[in-house]
Design a protein around this ligand. Structure first.
Ligand code: FAD
Ligand code: UDP
Length: 389
């Protein structure tokens, strides 16, 4: 008998299990159908002993001191600022080059053989930017800032590969994740806190779940858990449409195939990730983990990301018709008794790790308001008393 069943051992499920067990003293069963904890942030040593991320590179960044402080209870950190280069051809000379992404002052000067200053590049971009009446799509965001040539070079092909949609068919929030800079800042993120868990993500999850009131069963589906155990309340972090038996049809998710390789040399790439935005290259990016983890090793491991329609659901696809379909599932979720839907798949939101942690902490606050502490235990005691135990 458990007070709670948590389906999914990623950030959403693990944070809620920890909060419920630590703060409410209630018994939690966490199940995941994969054979490991950590969800998509899972990392492990590969055959060569290099620490790699099974589901592609995960870099922690947040502006929230509260989220950073919460996770800091379960890990030490290693400071790491991610940098990305894009492999493109200069529109001016046709020469292949690696330039900083997000587009910054150096990107433009190198591509066009210019020596513009910060002030000058603003005018240069303004002269190329297209007038967009109302910024709605992922195309509008970029052409409205940098014009069509840079849009086509850096965004169009990458996005068409990643989503199997043209940027004009995707919500503006997708490409708006990547800013345009007129200074020389070449970091991918500018958040206040940018760190990697010192011993890796899986070690952090192990500590999150290490509590006498938490039981973890990997390799177990919701169906199996439901058959074998009883529980009073449920936290669901899997796909919301799956929970409801796809009643209104499938919510579209985009998947990836990961090409993991270990190389018999110390380094492979000039930076943590190299993006390949051209449509002809079948992968979108390649990442080298040692940049992120700081591991010293005579070999190195990289992962190529090949976008795919088939496979695990990794990305909700932000566009109006999908949001409308999700709303119908959300209404069902809101009406479901004693069940909380949390995380990237359960709330169909293109969330980063820190946002999922924030959402899980907020869900816990809601649980605290709605379910009096210890109520589940009291019920159980009452049942035992009345049945003569
Ligand atoms: P998940 O991690 O997906 O966990 C849900 C778990 O539920 C899964 O393990 C699944 O197996 C389990 N599950 C589902 N259904 C069932 C069922 N029926 N029975 C049992 N178990 C079930 N974020 C960042 O902040 N920085 C990054 O650099 C970054 N890089 C990313 C790169 C890639 C390629 C991807 C795909 C995502 C990246 N993210 C990144 C996003 C990050 O992965 C997510 O924000 C986070 O992992 C979501 O956590 P979650 O708990 O909501 O979901
Ligand atoms: N993007 C792009 N070119 C790039 C990098 C990103 O067109 O070089 C677009 C693409 O649509 C991508 C989105 O911006 O899916 C968000 O990029 P991000 O790096 O945040 O993607 P994630 O790490 O979530 O896969």
């Amino acid at each position: 008998m458990f007070d709670w069943l948590v389906v999914g051992a990623g950030f959403a499920g693990s944070v809620l299990a920890e909060r419920i067990a630590s703060e409410r003293n209630e018994r939690v069963l966490v199940v995941d159908r994969r054979d490991h904890i950590g969800g998509n942030a899972y990392d492990h040593l590969d055959a060569a002993g290099v620490l790699v991320h099974r589901y592609g590179p995960h870099i922690f960044h947040t502006n929230s001191e509260a989220i950073f402080a919460y996770l800091s209870r379960f890990t030490e950190w290693r400071a790491y600022e991610h940098r990305v280069l894009a492999q493109v051809r200069s529109p001016a000379t046709g020469e292949a080059m690696l330039v900083p992404m997000p587009i910054n002052l150096d990107t433009i000067n190198r591509l066009y053989g210019l020596s513009l200053t910060e002030d000058e590049v603003e005018g240069w971009l303004a002269a190329r930017a297209e007038q967009v009446e109302q910024v709605r799509t992922s195309e509008d965001v970029v052409v409205g800032k940098v014009g069509r040539e840079l849009y086509e070079l850096f965004f169009r092909g990458y996005t068409r590969k990643q989503w199997a949609l043209d940027p004009s068919e995707l919500d503006k929030s997708v490409t708006a994740r990547v800013p345009t800079r007129t200074n020389r800042d070449d970091r991918y993120f500018t958040d206040r806190f940018q760190y990697m868990p010192r011993d890796g993500y899986t070690a952090m999850f192990r500590r999150l779940l290490d509590h006498p009131l938490i039981t973890v069963r990997t390799g177990m589906t919701f169906e199996e858990a439901r058959r074998r155990f009883s529980f009073r309340r449920l936290v669901w972090t899997g796909p919301v449409d799956e929970y409801f038996g796809f009643r209104f049809g499938k919510l579209p998710y985009r998947s990836l195939r990961f090409g993991h390789e270990t190389l018999d040399r110390e380094w492979a790439l000039p930076t943590g990730t190299v993006n390949h935005p051209d449509e002809a290259t079948p992968f979108t990016r390649v990442s080298e983990y040692k940049w992120m983890t700081g591991q010293e090793h005579p070999k190195t491991s990289v992962t190529y990301e090949f976008p795919s329609a088939e496979g695990d659901p990794y990305y909700p696809i932000p566009r109006p018709e999908n949001a409308a379909l999700y709303k119908r599932y959300e209404a069902l979720a809101d009406a479901e008794r004693d069940t909380w839907f949390v995380g990237r798949l359960a709330t169909y939101r293109y969330y980063n790790m820190d946002q999922v942690v924030g959402q899980a902490l907020a869900s816990f606050e809601r649980i605290e308001k709605q379910v009096p502490r210890g109520a589940a235990n009291d019920d159980r005691i009452l049942e035992q008393v009345s049945s003569g135990c």
